[in-house]
Design a protein around this ligand. Structure first.
Ligand SMILES: [Mg+2]
Length: 344
């Protein structure tokens, strides 16, 4: 098992619950399974996964098992370290998909050929004018789904921003918003009432992560409720039992791998809950794997996979899953993707 550390500077520092971060740091993981080499990526994000140090320690701990070809035992031993598990399980899945002559999404269980995945543009906090300009640019770039970050300003300001974007882009563009758990129940109620008038399709995480019952009460209106941060605090089964979401936002790195994320998606769909896939602003290897996960789900709604643009550098010399006209072409080669690595 080879492990290569990388650091990918962000164009703009990311605000997380655990503080601002300036770079995405992690490991490329290479393993050989039955003579076939597979590549994975472990990119921890504090607040969502273990720390970088814990990820490294966890990967080191399973090295003997991997090198004696007990890869499934090694993967099982990483269940408390989602980024490490993502890295190793992806490397193994990549090798096995190649060995069986399939693209990763078919190996994961996708039953039909899928050509493209629709993706959303993300529009950050800002003034009404900045928000409208960013939305118009995204639509000009070909995006048909826009996600606005809300919750940083007053509800009145957010409702005004969303309404202004609706007026600017017309009725054919899907609008979503993401509050990242910023509100309490009365504030969220006012926001949802305001957003309904602008035909917002989905609001992600209006309330804090643990508030499942309260989220459940917001379902049934025109604005669908998506849960994202809640998946770090509660199991998929708990969220489905509480009937807390219309849509689950699946982040493979935070869940421990594309295989775990796919199991979650299948369970959610059986319960009548939709899923979308997003990255945690990962490098190109994990981003491509997330594209494969989305492809394995078929007919997935627009996903949060247009995240390469947040990075100032990447693990690959060129993006293996670039965004064109609001979609990403699904790689059809064997395994995940095998780009020329940039040596970061
Ligand atoms: Mg979110």
């Amino acid at each position: 098992m080879e492990r290569t550390r990388f650091s990918l500077p962000l164009k703009t520092p990311l605000n997380t619950a655990a503080g601002g971060i300036a770079a995405r740091e992690g490991f490329l993981v290479r393993v050989t399974v039955d003579g076939v080499s597979g590549l994975g990526e472990a990119t921890p994000l504090p607040g969502w996964t273990e720390s970088l140090d814990a990820c490294e320690i966890a990967l080191n701990a399973v090295r003997p098992a991997v090198e004696s070809e007990k890869v499934d035992e090694a993967i099982a031993a990483l269940s408390e370290n989602p980024a490490a598990r993502h890295g190793l399980s992806l490397a193994v899945a990549d090798a096995r998909a190649q060995a069986t002559d399939q693209p990763l999404y078919r190996f994961l269980g996708g039953e039909m050929r899928v050509e493209t995945i629709p993706v959303n543009a993300t529009i950050g906090a800002g003034t009404v004018r900045e928000t409208v300009e960013a939305a118009e640019q995204a639509v000009a770039d070909g995006f048909r789904t826009l996600k606005l970050k809300v919750g940083a300003d007053t509800v009145a300001a957010d409702v005004e921003r969303v309404a202004a974007v609706r007026a600017a882009v017309g009725e054919q563009i899907e609008l979503r918003a993401d509050a990242n758990g910023a509100w309490d129940v009365p504030t969220a109620k006012r926001a949802i009432d305001g957003f309904e008038k602008a035909t917002l399709s989905m609001l992600e995480q209006p309330l804090p992560a643990t508030h499942l019952k309260e989220h459940a009460r917001f379902r049934g209106g025109d604005v669908r409720i998506g849960l994202d941060e809640s998946l770090t605090e509660r199991t998929i089964a708990e969220i489905l039992d509480a009937e807390a979401a219309d849509v689950l936002v699946l982040k493979p790195m935070a869940l421990g791998g594309v295989d775990v994320a796919r199991e979650a998606a299948v369970a959610a769909r059986e319960a009548g809950v939709d899923c979308i896939v997003t990255t945690t602003i990962d490098g190109a290897v994990a981003r491509a794997a997330a594209v494969h996960l989305a492809a394995s789900l078929q007919d997935v709604a627009a996903c949060g996979l247009a995240t390469a643009s947040f990075l100032a550098a990447d693990v690959a010399e060129s993006d293996p899953v670039p965004v064109t006209d609001g979609t990403i072409a699904v790689p059809q080669g064997k395994g995940n993707v095998h780009p020329v690595l940039s040596g970061l």
